[in-house]
Design a protein around this ligand. Structure first.
Ligand code: MAN
Length: 353
């Protein structure tokens, strides 16, 4: 398939981003939302940091303490039998009692990077969105950016001991930002807004995680003000024994094409291998799936995609339609950022086949 990986890939790595404080290290710069702002391409990066641990037998978890308005550091010993350290992303209690929760091994904030050519980025020194509320104590992650009129709406995962929910924020200049509160409560993430109202209503894709029946699938919802969402509709589900068998989530905000809304989504299989797929939704009625790719359009292949903090992950949070070409920015291996260009026609041809 005509996938052009930038020779500059990975275009941003942890070494390119200074930690926000001296006793921390950056371990991931990934899953960035994307926007075009004036003549620049902006990436709203997820920057994952952790306290520097001098001893390999120790794992430290940083938590935002709302009353102290700062970080609290919890220390764990790897030989502590009460915790499971097998997933590098988390510290999970082996026997979960009421009130217990899973800690994260890193805490994320959102940082801006800017570029004129889309390949070389300047990264801001300071965070753009930093954990602030009781619902963000474990970090803020995986932003998507949608321009509607002159406002850029940002949806991101707010992570805390209460679970993962989705917060809406907005900016007009990538300098000042307003939070509008949690629009979808836990367990939900991967919210992308459509870039224009359809039939007078705003639409979003979202990804609830049912705890009984059901699976982590993509849903559609509508709103008259972007804050209150209703008329939820199950849009598309996991497919048994396929590359998207385990979980799905919207990736980039939908791109308008003459054939329909093109949504690039991520999905994982039983081995937690994350690939990118495509689906076309009806322009007037996005609850109608016109055609969905049977095969992924992007799979982890390059070394920087297969190896890293959590390998075998390609995870898009934003794409730009530049003429006939789709420029997809995506996180790789929960470590770095990469970009591919794919001709729109190539993606359309791959659908349904
Ligand atoms: C989840 C999220 C993402 C992450 C993938 C792979 O979907 O936490 O941020 O990239 O898992 O670890």
């Amino acid at each position: 398939m005509g996938v052009y990986r930038y020779p500059e890939n990975p275009i941003l790595t942890p070494a390119d981003v200074p930690p926000h404080r001296d006793d921390f290290e950056v371990i991931g710069v990934f899953n960035a939302g994307v926007a075009k702002y004036h003549d620049e391409i902006i990436l709203l990066l997820r920057v994952a940091e952790r306290p520097v641990a001098e001893d390999e037998r120790i794992v430290k978890a940083a938590i935002f303490d709302v009353s102290a308005k700062g970080l609290r550091i919890e220390t764990f010993h790897r030989n502590d039998q009460r915790y499971d350290f097998s997933d590098p992303r988390s510290i999970a209690p082996v026997e979960r009692r009421k009130g217990d929760f899973t800690y994260l091994t890193s805490i994320s904030h959102l940082r801006i990077a800017r570029s004129v050519d889309g390949r070389h980025f300047r990264v801001d020194e300071r965070p753009f969105l930093y954990p602030q509320t009781e619902l963000e104590t474990f970090g803020v992650e995986d932003a998507r950016v949608t321009q509607i009129g002159d406002t850029y709406y940002i949806t991101y995962s707010a992570v805390s001991a209460r679970g993962v929910g989705v917060v809406l924020a907005s900016t007009k200049n990538f300098h000042d930002v307003q939070r509008h509160g949690m629009i979808l409560p836990p367990e939900n993430k991967d919210v992308v807004l459509f870039p224009e109202p359809i039939g007078g209503k705003y639409y979003c894709l979202h990804r609830p995680v049912p705890s009984g029946n059901g699976s982590p699938d993509i849903w559609l919802a509508e709103s008259s003000d972007l804050n209150h969402w209703g008329n939820h509709h199950h849009l598309m589900g996991c497919r048994p024994e396929a590359w998207d068998s385990r979980r799905l989530g919207a990736g980039a905000p939908p791109l308008r094409t003459e054939h329909g809304w093109l949504e690039l989504y991520h999905a994982a299989d039983e081995d937690a291998r994350y690939c990118v797929g495509a689906v076309l939704l009806d322009l007037e009625d996005p609850s109608q799936v016109l055609v969905r790719s049977r095969h992924p359009i992007l799979v982890p292949e390059a070394d920087y995609e297969t190896n890293g903090f959590f390998g075998n992950v390609v995870f898009p949070c934003g794409a730009l339609l530049q003429g006939d070409t789709v420029q997809v920015y995506y996180g790789v291996a929960d470590t770095s950022m990469a970009c591919v260009e794919i001709p729109l026609q190539t993606i359309l041809d791959s659908l349904g086949s």
